[in-house]
Every structure is written in structure tokens, then in C-alpha cells.
Design a protein around this ligand. Sequence first.
Ligand SMILES: NC(=O)c1ccc[n+]([C@@H]2O[C@H](COP(=O)([O-])OP(=O)(O)OC[C@H]3O[C@@H](n4cnc5c(N)ncnc54)[C@H](O)[C@@H]3O)[C@@H](O)[C@H]2O)c1
Length: 257
Amino acid sequence: MVEAVQDAGVVVTGAGGGIGAALARRFAAEGARVVVNDLDAQGAEAVAEEIGGIAVPGDASAIVGEARDALGGTVDVYCANAGVAFEDGGDGGPLDERSWAAAWDVNVMAHVRAAHLLLPGWLERGGGRFVSTVSAAGLLTMIGAPSYSVTKHGAYAFAEWLSLTYRHRGLKVHAICPQGVRTDMLTATGSAGDLVLRPTAIEPDAVADALFQGIAEDRFLILPHPEVAEYYQARAAAPDRWLAGMNHIQRKWEAAR
Ligand SMILES: NC(=O)c1ccc[n+]([C@@H]2O[C@H](COP(=O)([O-])OP(=O)(O)OC[C@H]3O[C@@H](n4cnc5c(N)ncnc54)[C@H](O)[C@@H]3O)[C@@H](O)[C@H]2O)c1
């Protein structure tokens, strides 16, 4: 059991399935009171019923007040997990206005809006926890998915900003950056996902395990695939070499399509 989480009021967005459901189950198993949010109301209700949580369906950007009320006025842990992914970098070029708008809204602005509403209470109490489900695409870049890659870089940067700005005032921030995780989103990634994500994909429970290890160690960066640390270092140390390697994968993807 992780002491910091027992009896905590926790919100997990996008928790009607996939990684969010695994996080919600794990927080509940650790003794937290959990609000299960998802656009998919049935999914949210099913997970909430299973774990003895409270379903608050709807758009992640619009439910913070309702979730806070459902938890008796205090959110101790907010998991910004809901996300959307698009394959918008194929032969049609990088500009699909709808996918960029949706990715920006869910993958970045939902985090900013929630933090804006929760920070005053967290700063007043001198404590709070913001968990961002980013992606390895937020540290690296995903083949064939420019809107996803850019917005996940944005989510990572926002989590960093929160951490460096408020850590001396009691805010804990964690950025989870997995590669492939066996969820509906992975199924939808198509041939690019087949090439780069599926071979090393892990179960959603492994992401929850990695988060709880990170909470116990008070660590910002959560890497359920530890090899991502090496890729991230390689990218920073030698950008052109890293880009050439990624372009090699891009060409393999083009040949396989
Ligand atoms: N599956 C992967 O390989 C993988 C890898 C790295 C990061 N991630 C990230 O993990 C997070 C969870 O994804 P997942 O893999 O569990 O996918 P998923 O599709 O199984 O789950 C995402 C959930 O978010 C919900 N959702 C979408 N938009 C929403 C909104 N505006 N408000 C509320 N709910 C919304 C969906 O209905 C869905 O239930 C995402 O942020 C995703 O980018 C996934």
C-alpha cells in the first residue's frame, strides 16, 4: 500500500477502458476514492461499478467541478489520462485541421484547464498530485502521427512546467511515457503501430505498476518501457544520428504499406 494514496480523492480521465481503467483499478485497490471519467458513459459506469468508484462521464475538460463535488470538495490526485491519436502524417501531408484541433484540445488543453481549476486548492493546502499520461511520443516522435507527437510533447512540457513551478509548494507531478500498451488505441494505430509499438507492447496493468513505483520513489518521469531512457538520451546527444535512425523506420513503414 502506498500511504500517500490511501483514502485520497482521485480523478482518472479516459478511464472507461485501457490505461485509465488500469489506473482507476489500481488507485481503488490502494484504498483511494476514485472518480471514473470517460466520454464513453457506459465504459465509465462499468469501471466505476467494478471498483466501487463514482462515474462522472463527459469531456475531460468539463468535469473537474462535478468530480470535485463527487469527492466531497477535494481532489487529491488528478490523472490527466484521456487522449486521442490520429494517423495524420501519411501521403496526405501533415495538415488535417480536425485531428490537430482534437489532439490539442484533449491531449494538452484538458490538462491545462484541469490544473488551472485545481491549483488554487492544492496551493492552499500545500499538497496535490497531477499525473499526466503522456507517451514516449512526447519525448521522441511517433512515425506517421504529427498531431499526436506535437501535442504529447506539449503535454510533457506542461507537466514539466507544473513540476518546476510548484514542487516547493507541495505539488507532485508524474509524467508517464510508455511506448505501446495493449489498448483500443494501440489497435487503432494501424501499420505504424504494427512496426514500432506492437512488438514491445505491454499490458495496461504494467503502466499502473510503473506509476506506483514512481509515486513510491517520488519520481517525475515514469518509463514503463525502460529502454525509452536510452532513446531519449540518444536523441538529445546526437539529433542527426537519431533522426537518421527514425527515417530508416519511416522508410520501412513506407515499404510495408
Ligand atoms: N496505448 C498506447 O500504446 C499508448 C502509449 C502511450 C501513451 N498512451 C496514452 O495513454 C492514454 C490512454 O490511452 P489508451 O491507450 O488507454 O487508449 P484508449 O483508447 O483505450 O482509452 C482512451 C480513453 O479516453 C477516452 N476519451 C477520449 N477523449 C476523451 C475526452 N475528451 N474526455 C474523456 N474521455 C475521453 C476514450 O473514450 C477512451 O476510453 C492516452 O493519453 C494515450 O495517448 C497510450
